[in-house]
Design a protein around this ligand. Structure first.
Ligand SMILES: C[S@@+](CC[C@H](N)C(=O)[O-])C[C@H]1O[C@@H](n2cnc3c(N)ncnc32)[C@H](O)[C@@H]1O
Length: 234
């Protein structure tokens, strides 16, 4: 029987927010692969550390943070080949993905390389979007509300245009873009309708109004949820 590559959503941070299915595949796989920064620990691995089995082979995929695609492309090419090597030897491989694999998840880059060369199963996970809504105690959207997810790296005019088209907005990948996005929302008269959520579901989770956030200390794992007054979910 051919071995399987599992793309496992491991949730937003709380180790208990992994699905029963992902946990079953994680613990049964002889090989566990996960992305990590060039230096430092993998968040996805940290989330499931308590569930790992000592005999498992670990394959760390060190992804450069440069915005240029090329170095990361080469890393994913190499990781894909390594994963296929384990599959050829009959070993299932569990690939960890923080949150959900197909919601801005790194697993999609491996999926693009592996889906036609091996048997790949994707197990969805709890995404940061729903985790942040729960942390902020703000329902995301209701009835005819349009929900928009926007990377904070988009230009101001693009953000403003898209924000105007939705009742509910999630601004993700904040980090160094926080101050610019906060000022844009203030200029649009929407700052009071927004909440900042940092490291949702972890021990260091924080939920703050925008004017209480230190822009110099905003981590990558943060987002702004915006609920226009009068939207059905408010
Ligand atoms: C590359 S995307 C990955 C999303 C992930 N696959 C998911 O399903 O949530 C990374 C962005 O998701 C958001 N994010 C992920 N985890 C988060 C958390 N625990 N708390 C707040 N935001 C989070 C942040 O905006 C971060 O910049």
């Amino acid at each position: 029987m051919t071995a399987t590559i599992y793309g496992l959503g491991v949730g937003p941070g709380d180790p208990e927010l992994i699905t029963v299915k992902a946990l079953r595949h994680l613990r049964a796989a002889p090989v566990v692969a996960y992305p990590a920064p060039e230096q430092g620990a993998s968040f996805a691995r940290a989330i499931v550390a308590r569930w790992l089995v000592p005999a498992q082979i670990e394959l760390v995929i060190r992804v450069p943070m440069e915005s240029a695609r090329f170095p990361a492309e080469a890393v994913y090419d190499r990781a894909g080949d390594e994963i296929l090597g384990h599959v050829a030897a009959g070993r299932d491989v569990a690939v960890l993905c923080q949150g959900d694999p197909f919601f801005y998840g790194s697993f999609m880059y491996l999926f693009a390389r592996l889906a036609e060369r091996g048997h790949v199963e994707v197990v969805p996970g709890v995404s940061s979007l729903t985790a942040c809504a729960a942390a902020a105690r703000w329902p995301l959207a209701a009835r005819n509300d349009a929900l928009m997810v926007l990377p904070a790296s988009l230009a101001d005019d693009e953000l403003a245009r898209r924000i105007a088209a939705a009742e509910s907005v999630a601004l993700i990948k904040l980090g160094r873009h926080f101050a610019r996005v906060r000022d844009l929302l203030a200029n649009l008269g929407l700052a009071g309708d927004a909440r900042y959520i940092e490291r949702a579901t972890t021990a260091s989770e924080r939920v703050l109004p925008l004017d209480a956030v230190d822009a110099a200390a905003v981590p990558y794992f943060s987002m702004i949820l915006l609920h226009r007054r009068g939207s059905a979910a408010r």
